[in-house]
Design a protein around this ligand. Structure first.
Ligand code: PLP
Length: 451
């Protein structure tokens, strides 16, 4: 049974031209609809449900906290859940990243991190350092500063003149870069493009670069070369530019380590977390920063100039604490790395099938890019709507995947992303791959007429 729309429903839906299945329950890796259908949640909603659905420990911790203390404002009080969440995130985070500013969404935390960067330089007596560099393609959120930093053209359709200028640097997107990921590497993949952009802008005018350490949906889980982040880090150090790692999607273990930058041996100046840090049980995000930055604010304005009613929220923080405890107790980040290897091995079965151009990723994060021609990597015409057709066919087969479009050239490009809960089993991975094969056959037939 589909939820009625729009005649009998008052919900302003995310997509206004489709009917939604009514989900009444989630358990483990599965979602159960009111009509009895079952869906294997292979993307954790939007890279969020890292623990799986229906974990009693999280809901119990939230309920207990809401009963004890539902809300106090972060300007007046501190409380146990925020203290505990901050200590736990500080313990997990690399280098000197030890101060945690909790918010709700990833977009809010990105905004706060960028404001922190600019405020820091202003309070250091260098207010000219105010520009932001960001990669393209990339996604950092949909509020206006976060959207300004994002290179996803379609979200800006009507709002371009409300955005602030951000300098774009070609992202390391090896499937579509000049070098196709092979040496000698092109400037985008080697990091040279970043150094050039920084010098072109004038480092004295640049506050920060913000980037996803491993690509999210905009480059379909592209993993940059081992030396890429060290080169960016070194350039930032040379020129006093803050490196802001947007780990909203990749953090909290999604790529098999607490942060996706960890395997590169690089510590950012600011890390942004979101999505998985409360497993989707509540909206929770965080800016993680070192005392060397925050102390400047303490000596200057006395606060980060980013005030939100629901920052440092007791119940949200309690959900975060319970999530991190659950990850630790059940060794789920290690499991994510192990199951990630199984996922990527099994996904290899799809390589070589019609329209499958590339499969990539790390840990339990994978992107499958579809193309019209595997040799030239020519994208499918956008009008064919392949990613959407694939996602619909997967849903029909009982599998939830995350579609993404437009990354090939700003308009064309079809990707689907996978990000199953860390509790996924080998059998369930097999089920995912089997359903992907089915969806591929059905979607290829569906778009047949449109091509
Ligand atoms: C890398 C990245 N940053 C920021 C965001 C924004 O997070 P939110 O949608 O919670 O505002 C997202 C969301 O998809 C993301 O993937």
């Amino acid at each position: 049974m589909s939820h009625p729309h729009p005649v009998e429903s008052h919900v302003f839906y995310r997509k206004l031209t489709r009917q939604y299945p009514l989900i009444s329950r989630g358990q483990g890796c599965y979602l159960y609809a009111a009509d009895g259908r079952r869906y294997l949640d292979a993307c954790g909603g939007a890279f969020v449900a890292n623990l799986g659905h229906g974990v009693g420990e999280i809901s119990e911790a939230m309920a207990a906290q809401a009963e004890r203390l539902g809300y106090v404002n972060g300007t007046a009080f501190t409380h146990e859940p925020v203290e505990e969440l901050a200590s736990e995130i500080a313990r997990l985070s690399p280098g000197d990243l030890s101060l945690v500013y909790p918010l709700c969404s990833g977009s809010e935390a990105v905004e706060a991190a960028l404001k922190l960067a600019r405020q820091y330089w202003a309070e250091c007596g260098r207010p000219g350092k105010r520009k932001i560099l960001a990669l393209s393609p990339a996604y950092h959120g949909n509020t206006l500063l976060a959207l300004s930093a994002s290179a996803r053209a379609h979200y800006t359709t009507w709002f371009g003149d409300w955005l602030v200028p951000v300098t774009r640097v070609p992202a390391s997107y090896s499937y579509r870069c000049e070098c196709r990921g092979r040496p000698p590497h092109c400037p985008a993949c080697s990091g040279e493009a970043f150094e050039q952009a920084l010098l072109r802008e004038g480092p004295d005018t640049v506050a920060a670069v913000i980037a996803e350490p491993v690509g999210g949906s905009s480059t379909g889980a592209t993993v940059p070369l081992p030396e890429y982040w060290r080169r960016i880090r070194a350039a930032c150090d040379r020129h006093d530019v803050l490196l802001v790692a947007d780990e909203v999607l990749t953090g909290a273990g999604r790529t098999g380590t607490w942060s996706a930058l960890e395997p590169y041996g690089v510590v950012p100046d600011v890390m942004v977390l979101g999505k998985g840090i409360a497993g989707g049980y509540v909206p929770l995000s965080a800016v993680v920063a070192p005392p060397r930055l925050v102390d400047m604010l303490a000596r200057g304005s006395g606060a980060l100039l980013h005030a939100q009613t629901f920052s440092h929220h007791p119940t949200l923080c309690a959900a975060g604490v319970a999530t991190l405890r659950y990850l630790r107790t059940h060794r789920l980040i290690k499991r994510c790395a192990e199951m990630g290897r199984v996922l990527h091995l099994r996904l290899e079965r799809l390589r070589g099938l019609p329209l499958v151009g590339d499969i990539r990723g790390r840990g339990l994060l994978a992107g499958i890019e579809f193309v019209a021609d595997r040799h030239t990597r020519e994208p499918l015409p956008r009008a064919a709507g392949f990613a959407e057709a694939f996602t619909a066919a997967a849903m029909d087969a009982g599998l939830v995947v995350w579609p993404s479009v437009g990354h090939a050239d700003g308009h064309n490009g079809d990707l689907v992303m996978l990000a199953p809960p860390f509790i996924i089993t080998e059998d369930q991975i097999e089920e995912i791959v089997h359903l992907l094969e089915r969806a591929l056959r059905a979607a290829t037939e569906r778009i047949g007429a449109a091509r």
